[in-house]
Ligand binder design. Sequence first.
Ligand code: ZN
Length: 67
Amino acid sequence: MAIDVVSCPVCRQKLAIQIYMRVGSRMVCANKECGTSLRLVSRRPLQVERVAEAETFNPDDRPESYG
Ligand SMILES: [Zn+2]
């Protein structure tokens, strides 16, 4: 089996976790209504957690003109 499935902690959407995804990998909920940023925190048992919105911003990626 190459794909594991986990439920979004926010909306319970079933999400496919690719075999190559490691703990700490980021993903976004497949439910467009949800779109929550998630992080893989455990493989056994398979578990994801919501990533705080602020954490998803990498300051280095922001244009200098921003704000
Ligand atoms: Zn979701």
